[in-house]
Design a binder for this molecule. Structure first.
Ligand code: SF4
Length: 366
């Protein structure tokens, strides 16, 4: 950070402290983006905020909210001789009810890591005798690329590429959080990357129906502080509206082209979130016209539902009800090298961020 940036950060911190001094109680602001979670920890923001301002993490990591049932279906496909499973690397360690993709890969399943869904086109082209299944896991941020991959497969006449969809939508999750009597939140740091696609209007209901402020935030320490300061100003003034502190990137209308691609391929559907349950219309399923790319339509499999017994408290962590430190397994049986639950698996997982950065000292400005 330059000297000027440090000065600006200190001014924002002073303003936040001044505003919060007038409050009668502590206020909790939730970020619902895994990249925000990591940025907040990396900058050491939690350590420098006044006591009256508490930051809590929500269900912002797509890997973390992917349920056992999805992993079990992915594993069932991976075990088939005629299937090549293609996925992002952090999915390998996510536990299913009795195995993980990493264990299946070690046992001989053909599972390949890619960095973009578009990479799966090449795997499909090179393996015409196999069904290539991409694990489409993510939020509005990555879903348009998965949709573009489907359209590109159609254009190139690739007939052996399929999606196993678990794409999720952020606004319905916010609605669930605000309707949950166990969740106490006074405002949201809204996800900048998601808003690039969706725009800001999709978050209006947060203010209009639930009377909570929300600010779309960028990812640098200063951007996060500015967004927090805006939240504090609204709280102090007793106001609730959606503001955009990431205006250099996020437009009110979002990215219409990405949304058009998304809507062409997917439609909303009720979806299961790990540890949270089913949230109405919070997922994306492929439309009937794209069914030939949907592995569950082309090659349906039935996987018996099994409930894994575990002391993992991811469900509560993801709703900001407990911190990872309140989980008895945190830092003991559950470590990044040996994750018991998905919140410790992904680098953007709340437990992984707490483990890596939460025990450290103030780093802001270094
Ligand atoms: S520390 Fe591990 S076991 Fe505990 S909630 Fe987090 S991921 Fe689950």
């Amino acid at each position: 950070m330059t000297e000027a940036e440090q000065k600006a950060a200190q001014e924002l911190l002073d303003e936040i402290a001044g505003l919060s001094r007038g409050w009668k109680r502590k206020h909790r602001f939730m970020e619902v983006c895994g990249t925000h979670t990591v940025s907040i920890f990396r900058a050491g923001l939690r350590q420098v905020l006044p006591e009256a301002v508490e930051l809590v993490s929500g269900p912002g990591c797509p890997v973390c909210v992917t349920p056992d049932s999805y992993m079990d279906r992915a594993i069932a496909y991976a075990r088939r001789e005629d299937v090549i499973l293609v996925t992002f690397g952090d999915m390998l360690k996510v536990p299913g009810s009795s195995s993980s993709l990493g264990e299946e890969q070690a046992a001989g399943a053909d599972i390949r890591i890619v960095y973009s869904p578009l990479d799966s086109l090449q795997v499909a082209r090179e393996n015409p005798g196999k069904k290539v299944v991409f694990l489409a896991v993510g939020f509005e941020t990555t879903a348009p690329t998965a949709a573009a991959t489907v359209l590109e497969a159609g254009r190139q006449g690739i007939g052996n590429l399929y999606m196993l969809s678990a794409q999720k939508l952020v606004p319905p999750a916010l609605r669930m959080l605000m309707s949950d009597p166990e969740v106490h939140v006074d405002g949201f740091l809204l996800p900048g990357h998601v808003a690039v696609v969706t725009g800001t209007e999709v978050f209006r209901f947060v203010a209009e129906e639930y009377h909570l402020p929300g600010v779309v935030a960028g990812f640098g320490p200063l951007e996060l502080l500015r967004a927090l300061c805006r939240l504090c100003r609204q709280v102090t003034a007793g106001e609730a509206r959606i503001e955009n502190e990431y205006g250099s990137v996020v437009r009110t209308e979002g990215n219409p082209h990405s949304r058009e691609i998304l809507e062409h391929v997917y439609e909303p559907v009720d979806a299961e979130w790990r540890g949270i349950g089913t949230i109405p219309l919070s997922g994306l399923q492929m439309r009937k016209e794209q069914e030939r790319f949907d592995i569950e339509a082309v090659l349906p499999i039935v996987v018996p539902s099994r409930q894994r017994k575990s002391a993992c408290r991811c469900g509560e962590v993801l709703r900001g009800i407990v911190t990872p430190r309140e989980c008895p397994l945190f830092g003991k049986a559950c470590l990044p090298t040996h994750a018991v639950g998905p919140c410790m698996v992904s680098v953007e997982g709340v437990c992984a961020a707490w483990y890596k950065y939460g025990q450290g000292k103030f780093r802001f400005g270094q």
